[in-house]
Design a protein around this ligand. Structure first.
Ligand SMILES: [Zn+2]
Length: 79
């Protein structure tokens, strides 16, 4: 009669909702959470650390005068 209770994995939390992981759906607590996690990846909502966005932004700085030298503080007045 205790067949109703899903078998959880001790020490593991579902990455989607932080509930105890169910052995049958490892590493998630349910099929639903597994689907949510998968759709996040497919939807591109997952931000991968160390992306190449910074590099793309860097090439833009070449056109500016920022690399010419130290910036002057406008409040310092004229020279
Ligand atoms: Zn979950």
């Amino acid at each position: 009669m205790s067949q109703n209770t899903p078998k959880t994995v001790p020490g593991l939390a579902c990455p989607t909702c932080r509930k105890p992981v169910v052995h049958e759906h490892r590493p998630f607590c349910s099929k639903r959470c597994a689907d949510i996690d998968l759709s996040r990846w497919l939807g591109g909502r997952f931000v991968i650390p160390g992306g190449s966005l910074d590099e793309a932004d860097d090439s833009r700085g070449d056109l500016g005068d920022g690399a010419a030298g130290p910036r002057r503080d406008p409040s310092r007045g004229t020279d």
